[in-house]
Design a protein around this ligand. Structure first.
Ligand code: SAM
Length: 233
């Protein structure tokens, strides 16, 4: 007799339950860091780009925000909706690249824990795991597009919130945000285990680590920053 032997993976956190389908990356240390420090007030309109399984989106909706959550993976968009229903909130989950699903719309908060692992050109891939991790040659490919488009999608005084690994460069992040017209501040920082896939491409990461954040030898940890860029009033 045929039997369905597939497992259902779940994450329980902060009183919420999240399904984790095969094609969507389970939450990592960076996901929890992002959620812990993401402050959204009741009634604010929030856009999360690259929402994965919807951890931050659901928690923000629980906190009373009006949330639009996007992802480039159809499986992610489906599970964001499922996870919102599982937790008794409404999240407007939309499929598409970066700002494509929200053309012409404005928000109080635009946030992302974007894919940002520096990726050697000959190692680029197009599967779900790569979508979750790979950030182009210097790690900034998606973050640059998020920063470039934020001015068109934030209300006056709105907040753009991003996370970065230290090897993307804190000074670089501030310079990019200032060049786009935002006032940058560090919201939080945390030392985390060095990411496993970072070891596979350590030489490449060192080559793009313009602010020399990665120590000699085999690094055990990496600092992670959450940075806010505030739009002019
Ligand atoms: C590092 S994961 C973060 C997921 C979730 N926000 C979290 O913190 O756990 C990055 C997410 O961005 C999505 N993504 C990658 N490229 C994208 C793009 N161009 N537009 C929208 N989402 C994208 C991936 O599918 C993935 O779900």
């Amino acid at each position: 007799m045929a039997s369905d032997d597939s497992a259902v993976f779940l994450v329980a956190w902060r009183g919420c339950l999240f399904r984790v389908p095969d094609a969507v990356q389970p939450p990592k240390a960076g996901s929890l860091f992002f959620c812990r420090h993401l402050v959204v007030r009741p009634g604010e309109r929030m856009l999360e780009i690259g929402a994965g399984l919807g951890l931050a989106a659901v928690l923000a909706a629980k906190a009373g925000a009006d949330v639009v959550a996007t992802d480039i993976l159809p499986e992610a968009v489906r599970v964001i909706s499922t996870n919102a229903i599982l937790n008794g909130v409404v999240v407007d989950a939309r499929l598409g690249d970066c700002y494509a699903p929200v053309v012409g719309e404005r928000f109080d908060v635009v946030c992302t824990n974007a894919p940002q692992m520096p990726t050697p050109p000959n190692r680029a891939r197009w599967d779900a795991a790569a979508a979750a991790d790979n950030g182009g040659t210097d790690g900034w490919e998606m973050l640059d597009r998020v920063i470039a488009g934020a001015g068109r999608h934030l209300r006056p005084g709105g907040r753009l919130i991003i996370t970065i690994f230290a090897f993307l460069g804190l000074k670089t992040a501030f310079a990019k945000l200032e060049a786009a017209g935002f006032t940058p501040t560090i919201v939080a920082s945390e030392v985390q285990s060095f990411p496993r896939i970072g070891y596979e491409r350590l030489e490449h990461i060192r080559a793009v680590d313009a602010e020399a954040s990665v120590p000699a030898g085999i690094p055990a940890t990496v600092e992670r920053f959450m940075i806010q860029g505030t739009a002019p009033e």
